[in-house]
Design a protein around this ligand. Structure first.
Ligand SMILES: Cc1ncc(COP(=O)(O)O)c(C=O)c1O
Length: 477
């Protein structure tokens, strides 16, 4: 080997996916250890030798075999959700790493043409999900996250994506064609509304928006060419609650193969499992609660194995390319571990803030599914484990006072996203839903004096003090 080639190929990369296939993985053995192993391999006969070293190797092989069996048993036994976010689905890492390593490689090589064909067939036929070729269709870190998310949502399979928007658009590009019909709720995250109402329609897909709280209108709006029914609950930002089981039942009794697609971003798999209520596909913006620290952009799609094969190999691989990076998959796995404890605190804080706001003289309306006075409360109680961390409210203030109120907040930051550990406030009409016409705002239940609070895990009294002080100061001048 020429000196310059040694920089690239000088020592074999060792790793579960490299050993099969000669590839670049993030873990390269330290040089002295690698040299030792090389000499060791040359002088120690590997098989049939009575010496101690080969016995150790043999035992290790046996241990691995036993471990494989144990993993299968573990996977079959159902853990409770607080354990499942940490242990659910094996990481499938050869070194038994406790946290899943980041595989920072775009390609996975093949030892031979025969192996290329075999692995290609295995992957494309869905026989194996631990084989990788090119990163657009997956990598080991993303696969570990996919297995864990699938467990948490009780899905057969999962595909992670670059963002929540990437997840939603990939579903659309995978299953729709010209002439198809999509029925969606009027109240949607604004980006989804634009995708459905303005972009898909450019390609000959008809999209209708109706209020999914009106079940007879929903039933009447289904058409023979309806392919997808799309909705959220709780809805961003006015927290409207839709009855997932009822909607799925109505749609499927009209036509079995319509895909009921549900955005579960606000509730997360910890609070609500739409697939168990009859939805066919669930999408998440992991950017929000699952990531939980306002530091990653990511998403996922969950559903049947067959649908996820299509999402991966038609949608992601050839249509959108909305691939999650392995760094983000690592952070999402880390975020998942604390999802239940964060969510519990966020729900508790949100409830206290909603109760405080309900009594406040500065507030004309509070939107929180946990309040008995909230229109969707009973349905939320039926389908959710708790009511989530978002509270919206309308203030009794003019524009200048509203500005003073936001500027006067010290702890609560003005920011557009949600689901992080820190509390943030936004004004939907001018921020997340700025592109809506006045009619669309009204249809979506967004008032000009309405704010959305994404409640974090801080001490709730500090948050209430911050709100109270700023309310007082903004109206006293
Ligand atoms: C309910 C909902 N779905 C999807 C998205 C889009 O997710 P992302 O920002 O990760 O693309 C958002 C973003 O705010 C959202 O609130």
């Amino acid at each position: 080997m020429k000196f310059s080639s040694k920089f690239i190929h000088g020592i074999a990369l060792v790793g579960q996916y490299c050993s099969k296939s000669h590839l670049i993985c993030h873990r390269v053995l330290p040089l002295p250890l690698a040299a030792f192993l090389l000499i060791f391999a040359l002088i120690v006969p590997m098989e049939g030798s009575p010496n101690k070293a080969s016995n150790i190797l043999y035992d290790r092989g046996n241990m691995l075999k036993q471990k494989e069996i144990k993993i299968k048993e573990d996977e079959e036994s159902k853990l409770r959700v607080r354990s499942e976010v940490i242990h659910g689905a094996s990481l499938n890492d050869q070194y038994d790493s406790i946290t899943m390593p980041v595989y920072r490689t775009t390609i996975f090589g093949f030892k031979s043409v025969e192996e290329l064909f075999k692995r290609g067939v295995d992957i494309l036929s869905g026989k194996r999900d631990d084989e990788f070729t090119y990163v657009r269709a997956g990598n080991p870190t993303n696969a570990a996250l996919e297995r864990r998310l699938a467990k948490l949502e009780s899905a057969e399979s999962c595909v992670v994506t670059a963002s929540g928007t990437g997840a939603i658009s990939t579903v659309m590009w995978t299953f729709l064609k010209q002439g198809d019909h999509v029925l969606a709720d009027t109240t949607l995250y604004s980006g989804t509304r634009v995708l459905l109402g303005e972009l898909l329609t450019k390609f000959g897909v008809r999209v209708d928006f109706v209020d999914f709280n009106d079940l007879s209108l929903l039933r009447k709006s289904l058409k023979p060419n309806t392919v997808i029914v799309f909705f959220e609950s709780p809805y961003n930002p006015a927290l409207k609650i839709n009855d997932i089981a009822q909607i799925a039942k109505i749609v499927h009794s009209y036509k079995k193969d319509i895909r009921v697609v549900f955005d579960n971003t606000f509730a997360t798999p910890y609070l609500q499992n739409p697939l168990l209520l009859g939805a066919d596909i669930v999408v998440h913006s992991i950017t929000k609660y699952i990531g939980g620290h306002s530091d990653i952009m990511a998403g996922c799609v969950l559903g049947s194995k067959e649908d996820m094969q299509k999402i991966r190999f038609t949608g992601i691989e050839n249509a959108t390319g909305a691939v999650m990076s392995s760094d983000n998959a690592y952070l999402a796995l880390r975020g998942l571990c604390t999802l239940p404890i964060r969510m519990d605190q966020q729900c508790k804080n949100a409830m206290k803030i909603a109760q405080y706001l309900e009594k406040s003289p500065y507030i004309s309306k509070v939107y929180y599914p946990g309040l008995e006075s909230f229109p969707g409360h009973k349905t939320a109680k039926k389908q959710m484990r708790d009511f989530g961390g978002i509270v919206s409210f309308e203030v009794k203030m003019g524009f200048e006072q509203m500005k003073r109120f936001v500027n006067g907040l010290k702890l609560i930051k003005l920011a557009g996203s949600l689901g992080g550990v820190e509390t943030v406030i936004e004004h939907p009409a001018s921020m997340s839903h700025f592109n809506y016409t006045p009619e669309q705002l009204a249809e979506s239940g967004i008032a000009l004096n309405q704010f959305r609070l994404s409640v974090g895990i801080e001490d709730v009294q500090d948050l209430i003090d911050d709100l109270e002080e700023s309310f007082k100061n903004s109206v006293s001048r």
